[in-house]
Design a protein around this ligand. Structure first.
Ligand code: FAD
Length: 470
């Protein structure tokens, strides 16, 4: 690979960086590049969608508008000079990694982690069992999921997992239509949830209350829902000697607050007549039961054991029970997807990197001009703000490499890449196209008292983007 020989970052020769992915990591990386005032930087951001913001639009729950408002800050970054947005361009489909390197001094991948982990138990492929990722993307109007169908005709749903996404999907299933219809939830989901028969959502965690990964604020919110009782069995909320010792030595403030809250929930008397969210601990699914579709789930009790590294692990016991249910969501983690031509660490499901410099797995050597940030760099953990520090770490290394003259030497101008995409029939959309979609969605929401009514199908998004631009 050609390595940079002349100085870049001057007005005559700006540093040209392609950022792939317009979620928090991509935008924080762009902002940190823009903050390097001693350099002239051109940031071209690519996303496979016409709509930016990644999981802020397609992941964060619709009833959490304050969290989504981080996009206001990203809007400011997008309007700064030297920034361009190229939507509707998928790396690996419309253009290849090697082609990007022909046009930019550096390429920074911030493509997130969109795949889901599987349970690997019998019956997992029965109709009625889905990944929480599908359900979340559907209710948030991600165009790839607009035609998904979820059968909500049964009365009990089971959510497997003990993280914030599990809480999000349980809450969305429990909220009343009146609570949902003031949000920007996709219309198709609103309609389906209005007709839902689900009255109980059981959330299963394989370890104890102290090891649950919920943030306390999300857990507390569950307990204050107007039309939902949160049920915790007092025996499951209590910690045994091992649990107490672990909490004292390794637990931290969040685990302590979660345990207190869960014990408080276990003392509550259900109000009745409401939907129920039942939080269960030390239970794992062992098989899904049903002929053509899910009718039930066999779950087993677990016992907790100390692992040598200070962790607590669960061991499945023979004690089993059967839970009738017609709808199952697995929420046990996200996995990154490889980008062809970019080294991938299959064990961690991340791009192979050293603090954000993409490196060759065989030699451990950094690949000049290739970087990564966000979930695809470090794995699917952390809140939106975590990606700021993560992206800054990467961009600091990139800027260090600029100073050392060890970036990539592009052979062509970025404009030529846009021409190539046009020749391939790719309708690349710009930031103004997104603004047109945004204005349309907000306008449609306003008379209904909603933040926006989302456009959820690719052709209608393209049409709106095209109409207003042309
Ligand atoms: C369901 C859910 C709810 C969450 N709720 C909260 C919350 O309430 N509060 C909070 O602080 N955090 C929340 N998070 C975490 C937060 O969303 C993540 O920390 C953050 O979005 C990760 O940022 P990212 O930029 O790495 O990835 P993403 O946000 O996933 O962005 C990746 C972007 O890359 C694009 N992309 C992917 N592949 C390609 C490709 N091949 N070519 C071009 N573009 C591509 C995608 O379209 C996307 O726009 C939630 C996460 C999930 C999954």
């Amino acid at each position: 690979m050609a390595v940079l020989k002349e100085a870049v970052g001057t007005t005559e020769k700006p540093l040209r960086v392609a950022v792939v992915g317009s979620g928090p990591a991509g935008f924080y990386a762009a902002a940190h590049l823009q903050a390097a005032t001693s350099l002239t930087v051109q940031v071209d951001m690519f996303d496979r969608l016409i709509t930016p913001w990644g999981l802020v639009r397609a992941g964060v729950a619709p009833d959490h508008p304050k969290i989504k408002s981080v996009s206001r800050m990203f809007e400011k970054f997008a309007k700064r000079p030297g920034f361009s947005f190229h939507g509707n361009v998928e790396l690996g489909r419309d253009i290849e990694h090697a082609e990007l390197l022909q046009h930019y001094h550096a390429v920074l991948y911030a493509v997130g982690a969109a795949n889901d982990r599987r349970l690997r138990i019998a019956g997992e492929d029965l109709s009625g069992c889905h990944a929480a990722t599908q359900f979340v993307s559907w209710y948030n109007g991600h165009p790839d999921f607009a035609d998904e169908r979820f059968d909500l005709s049964g009365t009990r749903a089971v959510v497997i997992g003990n993280g914030n996404v599990a809480i999000d999907v349980a809450r969305i299933l429990a909220l009343s239509p009146a609570e949902l219809e003031v949000t920007d939830i996709a219309d198709h989901a609103l309609e389906a949830l209005r007709a839902s028969n689900i009255s109980e959502v059981v959330v299963l965690g394989r370890r104890g209350p102290a090891q649950a990964a919920f943030t306390t604020a999300e857990l507390r919110e569950l307990g204050s829902l107007a039309d939902t009782d949160v049920i915790v069995d007092s025996a499951e909320a209590e910690l045994d000697d091992l649990g107490q010792a672990w909490l004292a030595d390794h637990g931290g403030d969040r685990a302590r607050a979660n345990v207190e809250l869960l014990q408080e929930y276990s003392r509550r008397t259900p109000r009745g007549g409401h939907k129920r969210i039942v939080l269960r601990f030390q239970t794992v699914p062992v098989a899904l039961i049903g002929e053509d579709r899910v009718e039930g789930m066999d779950i087993a009790r677990t016992v907790l054991q100390a692992a040598g590294d200070g962790n607590i692990v669960s061991r499945t016991t023979a004690a089993q029970e059967r839970l009738e249910c017609g709808f199952v969501l697995r929420s046990i983690g996200y996995l990154g997807k490889p980008i062809p031509g970019v080294p991938f660490d299959a064990d961690r499901a991340t791009i192979h990197n050293d603090h954000g410099r993409v490196s060759d797995p065989a030699t451990g050597q950094a690949i000049p001009g290739v970087y990564t940030a966000g979930w695809i760099k470090r794995g699917p953990s952390g809140v939106i703000g975590t990606n700021k520090k993560c992206a800054q770490e990467t961009v600091d290394l990139l800027l260090h490499d600029v100073a050392d003259g060890v970036l990539n030497t592009p052979l062509r101008e970025p404009q030529q890449l846009l021409e190539t995409l046009k020749e391939r029939g790719v309708h690349v959309t710009d930031y103004a196209a997104w603004e047109a979609v945004d204005a349309h969605e907000r306008g449609a929401g306003e008379p209904l008292g909603r933040p926006r009514v989302k456009l959820v199908r690719h052709p209608e998004l393209i049409e709106r983007a095209r109409n207003t631009r042309d």
